[in-house]
Each structure stands twice: as structure tokens, then as C-alpha cells.
Ligand binder design. Structure first.
Ligand SMILES: Nc1nc2c(ncn2[C@@H]2O[C@H](COP(=O)(O)OP(=O)(O)OP(=O)(O)O)[C@@H](O)[C@H]2O)c(=O)[nH]1
Ligand SMILES: Nc1nc2c(ncn2[C@@H]2O[C@H](COP(=O)(O)OP(=O)(O)OP(=O)(O)O)[C@@H](O)[C@H]2O)c(=O)[nH]1
Length: 451
């Protein structure tokens, strides 16, 4: 679940101005949630890979003084119930008012992070005068100018700090969601039957998100797995051209919902264009991938057969050099259990989190051992790295040249991370971000300071 941040405060203190400022110019991402009153403005915002929902509680009609207090009470209690984080906004130009004091008193009972913000501090002089707001008995005051974009970035960074990590809320390692994809007739249903038969299906099918799709929960070695769209895999018995087209769309849907995708190939047929397309999508979606070469029983084998086939797969799927390959026969049951141990390995890496200190040790060793090529004649400086997500492991790297890191250098860093942290079977994402000279991570909003 995305954290909800609500901005509360008297009319005219600048709530909408801050709302729009935090939103940037990307109004397109405003999504009105259904069932909310029109006077509250909702938007989903993502900064540094942390999505959150921002609510502007303003927009009252002008009212009399006592009606105002009443409205503020209602507005604040709503925010206190609904929000995870509250921005309480006051106005430096009008100073501390009785309504501010009343709301502050209400907020004191709330056990949620509250940011006390004094707006319209357009310059140093007002900065000094805003000291009176400390009489509310608060520890930290953010003085900002929403209109002139002063202090807004600091506020945003402090906000992001109190949010849970980006992937919190997803049940971590309790269940591994597996999709089985591949061309018609490669043996997907035979394989699924084997997996469920072999591992003994224990639970009921659950309704999936897509029409007609049925997921099957099963356990193996006391671990839980969800086989995505089992019915879909089993249904597609007869292959017509039309069905073949559909099967690609179905595959894409299943891939989106999976942690680990089994890309099934037919040992007899080798690698086809359609296989490449499907596997390419698995890579782009950032899912774990295991190549399952099925019908291994049909080949006349000698010492080189396996090596030749590995080469075929590696040549056919260049981007997926990290994905493990398993050779099986759904017909005889040969090495079917190997599929599950491989899935476990990939899943373990997929949700693995490295500590920031380990990461930065490896990162600085890597950047010291091999410097990045100059970017536009300038030396590329790296500051630090942090893992921002799992599923797949994703790292933000702060640098002075975020847009000019050479592809080969990115691949070099990825490979070092793979070696150092055992990420040898999953996709890894690197995101390069800029940083200001004063040491503060440059905020995406910073680019928009000029009007
Ligand atoms: N000087 C100055 N004026 C500001 C600043 N931020 C907002 N304002 C002005 O304050 C007025 C009110 O701003 P809004 O953002 O509409 O205030 P609001 O709190 O959303 O008001 P309601 O919608 O009535 O609740 C506008 O005229 C803004 O231009 C600021 O940082 N400095
Ligand atoms: N020799 C051999 N035949 C297999 C193996 N696995 C599946 N087959 C056969 O291959 C054919 C297709 O198998 P299915 O499991 O229906 O393949 P599918 O990928 O689900 O096919 P669609 O439903 O068309 O998508 C059937 O005749 C299976 O008996 C295997 O490991 N070895």
C-alpha cells in the first residue's frame, strides 16, 4: 500500500500551491480516487521510487470565523484517520493564529509522523520571524516558500525518509508466484501436471485477476507456490492460429503477475522467434527466469548434446545470460524436481536485500578498480549506491553524470554486483541519479525551479 500524505491547514496558507509544487508539472499522473468528495484533491506521486498518495484538504468556501474552526476540525480529523503522514501548514505572513493552535493541539494526540510547515517564508527576514511557531511546542519546523520553491525539496526528502521501503506491503517470501509460458505444444500442460502431481497439490484453486484464469496453490518441501493461470495452460489444447495469438497475450499477463517465469522450450525444435519474444518480455518485466528445455527424452544424446543446447539457448537469448537452464522430460518425469530447486534459488536472489555498507564497499572497489569512461570530456564521479527495491533487486547510484553512464560500464557494475552478492540468476536494475554539489541528493523537482 502506498502511504497517504495529507496537507492540512487554514484556507489560503498555500496548501494547493504546495500540492502542485510537489506534483511538479506532471498533472497527468493525478488520479482521482473514486468515491471522494470533490473538495479534496488526490494524486499519486513517485519520488526516488517511493510512490505515495498526496491529499490536498483545502478548497473551503470562505466562511465565518467559527464555521472555519469547525471545518478545520473536521478536515484535520479526516486527515488523521486516513493519512499515514500529515503536513500541517501555517502561514508566516499571518503569523500564528488561534485556529493553528487548536489544530496543533488536536494533532498532538496523533501517533503518526507530522510535519509542521510554515509557508510563505520567501526570504531570510521572514525566516527569523517564524520562530514564534516554536511556541506550539514542536521539535522541528520546516520553513518553506511553496511559491518560490524554497525548502520544498528538503521537506520532500524528510517526507520520503519516514515512508516504508518501496516494496513493503508485498508479502515477502511467503509465496513464490510461478508462471509457465512457451509456444503451443512445447509441453506446458504436461509440465504443470507433473509439477502438481509430483509435488502433490494441496490447496484449492483461487480465482485470478483475469477472466477465466485459475491459479493453483501448492506446497513443496513446506514452501508455498502459486502456479499462475493453471487453467489457461491446460485449456489451450487445440492449436489454431487464433489461439496461438491469444497465447502470447495470456503469457504476458501471467508474466506480469509472476516472481519467477518458466520459459518452456522444446528440445526437438530449438529456439524460435516466438520463444525469443516471450523471453524478451520476461527480461523487460524484470522477472526471474528459468529456461526449461522439455522433451529431453526425445533426443539421441552424446557427450556434446548438452553443451550444444546450452550454446543454442545462450545465443538465442543474449539478454538472459543469467537465467538458469534445466533439461527435463515432462513425459518421463526426468529432473522435474530440479525445476523446483532452481525456482527456489532464483526466488532467493529475487527478494534478496544487501546491506548499504556491503553494497558501498563493493561499489567503491568496483569503481576504483575500473574507472568509468569520460562523459562529455568530464570525469564521472560516483557518490554512493543504495538498494531501493527487491523483485528484482534494484539499485540507485548517485553520480555527477546520471545521463551519460556508458552501457558497457553499467554492465560492468551489474556483473560486479552479481559476483559479490550472489545475484547470478536474476535481472538487476541500476538507476543513475544526480546529486547536488552541497551533497544533498538532487531531487527530481529541482530541475523545475525555474519558471
Ligand atoms: N508570498 C507567498 N505566497 C504564497 C506562497 N504559497 C502560496 N502563496 C499564495 O497564497 C495564496 C493561497 O494559496 P493556496 O495554495 O490557494 O492556499 P490554500 O491553502 O490551498 O487555500 P484553500 O484552497 O482556500 O484552502 C495564493 O495567492 C498563493 O499565491 C508562498 O510561498 N509565498
Ligand atoms: N516425448 C515427449 N513428449 C512430450 C513431453 N512433454 C509433452 N509432450 C507431448 O507434447 C505434446 C504437447 O504437450 P502439452 O503439454 O499439451 O503442450 P502445451 O505446451 O501445453 O501445448 P498447448 O496447450 O498447445 O499450449 C503432447 O503430445 C505431449 O504428450 C516430453 O517431455 N517428452
Amino acid at each position: 500500500m502506498k502511504p497517504i500524505v495529507a496537507i492540512v491547514g487554514r484556507p489560503n496558507v498555500g496548501k494547493s500551491t504546495l500540492f502542485n509544487r510537489l506534483l511538479g508539472h506532471r498533472r497527468a499522473i493525478v488520479d482521482d480516487l473514486p468515491g471522494v468528495t470533490r473538495d479534496r484533491n488526490y494524486a499519486t506521486i513517485t519520488r526516488f521510487d517511493k510512490p505515495f498518495i498526496l491529499i490536498d484538504t483545502g478548497g473551503f468556501e470562505p466562511v465565518t470565523e467559527d464555521r472555519l474552526l469547525q471545518q478545520m476540525r473536521e478536515q484535520s480529523s479526516l486527515a488523521m484517520e486516513e493519512a499515514d503522514v500529515i503536513i500541517f501548514m501555517m502561514d508566516a505572513r499571518s503569523g500564528l493564529t488561534p485556529a493553528d493552535i487548536e489544530v496543533a493541539t488536536m494533532l498532538r494526540r496523533v501517533k503518526k509522523p507530522i510535519f509542521y510547515v510554515v509557508n510563505k517564508v520567501d526570504g531570510e527576514k521572514l525566516e527569523n520571524e517564524s520562530a514564534e511557531f516554536y511556541s506550539l511546542g514542536i521539535e522541528r519546523l520546516h520553513t518553506i516558500s511553496a511559491e518560490h520553491n524554497r525548502g520544498v525539496i528538503d521537506l520532500m526528502e524528510d517526507l520520503l525518509d519516514v515512508f516504508p521501503e518501496a516494496d513493503a506491503g508485498i508479502p515477502d517470501d511467503e509465496i513464490t508466484r510461478i508462471a509457465v509460458v512457451g509456444r503451443p505444444n512445447v509441453g506446458k500442460s504436461s509440465l504443470v501436471n507433473r509439477l502438481l502431481g509430483f509435488e502433490r497439490m494441496v490447496a484449492n484453486p483461487t480465482a485470478g485477476t483475469t477472466r477465466d484464469s485459475v491459479d493453483t496453490l501448492f506446497t513443496c518441501n513446506k514452501k508455498n507456490y502459486l502456479l499462475i493461470d493453471t487453467a489457461g495452460i491446460r485449456r489451450k489444447g487445440k492449436t489454431t492460429e487464433k489461439l496461438e495469438k491469444y497465447s502470447v497475450v495470456d503469457s504476458l499477463r501471467s508474466i506480469e503477475r509472476a516472481d519467477v517465469v518458466l520459459v518452456v522450450l522444446d528440445a526437438e525444435e530449438g529456439v524460435t522467434e516466438q520463444d525469443e519474444r516471450i523471453a524478451g518480455y520476461v527480461h523487460e518485466a524484470g522477472r526471474g527466469c528459468v529456461f526449461v528445455v522439455n522433451k529431453w527424452d526425445t533426443l539421441e544424446k552424446d557427450n556434446s548434446t548438452l553443451g550444444v543446447y546450452v550454446d543454442k539457448v545462450r545465443t538465442g537469448f543474449k539478454y538472459l545470460a543469467y537465467a538458469p537452464i534445466v533439461f527435463v522430460s515432462a513425459k518421463t518425469g526426468q529432473r522435474i524436481s530440479k525445476i523446483m530447486t532452481t525456482v527456489d534459488e532464483v526466488m532467493g536472489q529475487y527478494i534478496h536485500r544487501v546491506t548499504t555498507s556491503d553494497l558501498n564497499r563493493v561499489f567503491s572497489e568496483a569503481t576504483d578498480a575500473h574507472h568509468a569512461p569520460l562523459a562529455h570530456g568530464r570525469r564521472v564521479k560516483f557518490y554512493f549506491a543504495t538498494q531501493v527495491a527487491t523483485r528484482p533487486p534494484s539499485f540507485v547510484i548517485f553520480t555527477n553524470q546520471p545521463d551519460s553512464i556508458h552501457f558497457s560500464y553499467e554492465r560492468y557494475l551489474v556483473n560486479r554486483f552479481r559476483e559479490a552478492f550472489g545475484f547470478d540468476g536474476v535481472p538487476i536494475r541500476l538507476i543513475f541519479r544526480g546529486r547536488e554539489k552541497n551533497g544533498a541528493a538532487r531531487h527530481p523537482l529541482a530541475k523545475r525551479e525555474r519558471h
